[in-house]
Design a protein around this ligand. Structure first.
Ligand code: SF4
Length: 284
């Protein structure tokens, strides 16, 4: 290989390493190797900061992405929805998530200028799931905020910028994943959607999940946790352990907006994301 090509590649490698180290620093995990010396899941510093594993982990999003389309998990039609009364009359009824041939456009056409719940009254526009439709990894949050309502895309405000850094710290690009919310319209005052509002809107998300068939879903915060898993406990008690959503692996973790309010939770979030990254690495 010509020397100038090698030099260019080394410069690019250094630049990428610096960028990723910066992301990790902003996540508060710059000393992760020292702090996790007794953690069997700890990743060596080189594995965190080098771009080499990253390139092997995720195919460039401009390509057909063999890594992103690599081995699909087996669906588990027998996987039951957890039985509990958290949602009462709004509890889920479908026990399994069958593979769907619907396109996202068909689902969005069905949603239309939706007025199915009261959140339609305060919104500027409906904010649909956005990202790579062949993604192995999906992130699900609560509902759009002011920036998302204005721009029509999920996670574009400050919390979204932090989410992008979290994704990049995992060695991926934002274009490699797909991101959505339980509710598609901005709740007034950014309040939490009610059980009824969430129960009315979430079937659209479930249809998208059935169409996309991600291998892992990261649910961020209590609203996403409760609406995918019908989990009674709060996120801080159940985060960090893989769960099942109708045959799809789910990792509960903190919502980026919460991390902006309490940065001390970034380290735990990073531990959760490392588990997701390692699982995806092992199943390529
Ligand atoms: S939040 Fe969902 S169900 Fe409610 S109006 Fe918006 S799109 Fe329709």
């Amino acid at each position: 290989m010509p020397q100038d090509t090698i030099a260019k590649e080394l410069i690019e490698l250094l630049r990428n390493s610096r960028e990723q180290a910066k992301f990790l620093g902003e996540l508060g995990v710059e000393n992760v190797a020292l702090d996790s010396s007794t953690d069997q899941n700890a990743v060596a510093p080189a594995a965190i900061t080098s771009t080499a594993p990253t390139a092997a982990r995720v195919a460039p999003s401009a390509n057909p992405q063999p890594a992103l389309q690599a081995p699909r998990r087996k669906t588990n039609p027998a996987s039951p929805s957890p039985a509990n009364s958290l949602f009462g009359e709004f509890a889920m009824t479908a026990p399994a998530l069958a593979k769907s041939n619907e396109t996202l456009e068909q689902i969005w056409l069905d949603i239309g200028d939706c007025t199915r719940c009261g959140l339609c009254e305060g919104r500027t526009q409906v904010v649909h799931t956005h990202g790579n439709r062949n993604a192995r990894l999906m992130f699900v949050g609560e509902a759009p905020g002011a920036d998302e309502d204005a721009q029509g895309k999920p996670f574009v405000g400050r919390a979204g910028q932090l989410l992008t850094k979290m994704i990049e710290a995992m060695g991926m690009k934002r274009e490699d994943v797909i991101i959505g919310n339980v509710n598609r319209c901005r709740p007034p005052g950014n309040r939490q959607p009610t059980l009824e509002e969430a129960a009315i809107c979430r079937p659209f998300l479930f249809r998208e999940i059935a169409a996309i068939q991600p291998e892992v879903i990261v649910v961020m915060g209590n609203t996403a946790l409760r609406n995918l898993l019908e989990e009674r406990e709060g996120i801080s008690r159940v985060r960090g352990k893989f769960r099942d959503f109708r045959g799809i692996k789910v990792m509960p973790t903190f919502h980026p907006a919460y991390l902006l309010r309490d940065p001390s939770k970034k380290r735990e979030t990073w531990e959760d994301l490392k588990m997701v990254r390692d699982y995806l690495d092992q199943t390529i």
